[in-house]
Design a protein around this ligand. Sequence first.
Ligand SMILES: Nc1ncnc2c1ncn2[C@@H]1O[C@H](COP(=O)(O)OP(=O)(O)OP(=O)(O)O)[C@@H](O)[C@H]1O
Length: 234
Amino acid sequence: MSLLTVEELDAGYGDLQILDDVDLTVDAGEYVTIVGPNGAGKSTAMKSVFGLTDHMGGSVRFDGVDITDDNPEDIIRKGLSYVPQNENVFPSLSVEENLRMGAYILDSVPSSALDAVYDRFPILRERRDQRAGTMSGGQQQMLAMGRALMLEPELLLLDEPSAGLAPDLVDEMFDKIDEINATGTSILMVEQNAKTALRRCDRGYVLAQGQNRYVDEGDALLDDEDVRREFLGG
Ligand SMILES: Nc1ncnc2c1ncn2[C@@H]1O[C@H](COP(=O)(O)OP(=O)(O)OP(=O)(O)O)[C@@H](O)[C@H]1O
């Protein structure tokens, strides 16, 4: 049984349907990426898993439990965390306050969770008292990821983690994601940087116009001439 199973999902915003019969799975420990053209519905697919869109059909199951109609707070409690692409830190709060917010559903924040995040992102420990809004884009992205890791989720949803980062920071970000996955956290990631994402992941989905187009191991998609021609710029 997969950790996450999305079946025949139809979803969108109000009356506007974006996803049409989307199927998606993530196995325990797996690193899965979703790529595709602008407006394909990649972010919408991820938001739908986290209870942030209007559900119009199909189902989402996590760890065998139906979460299709759950709200994000219920979903977080079940072991899923989400890092949105934009506005993913509280700019006027310090780094540490942001991290503590990541565990707001707990009565008290375990210091072991804070230490684990600081060990993974030493820059956050160095800057624990700094206001998040004064940090660089890359550091804010690390903070957003750190905050999502505060509850030690089984599955981490990442929406465009490399967006807006300088090229050397993009590699560092992907290395961090590899490390997080290597210690047992499953990953579902949406990325514009399709070639890099497919090279790094275990398995990839190509979405177009709200529908599944291709699914295979990342390397197999990179080697597929049709995928290359249609979606990866040749
Ligand atoms: N909150 C919203 N309300 C209404 N329509 C939305 C909303 N968010 C996204 N859309 C629309 O849904 C469609 C799919 O958007 P989505 O962001 O999921 O695509 P994407 O594949 O992630 O694209 P991109 O790579 O450009 O982020 C687009 O037509 C977009 O305009």
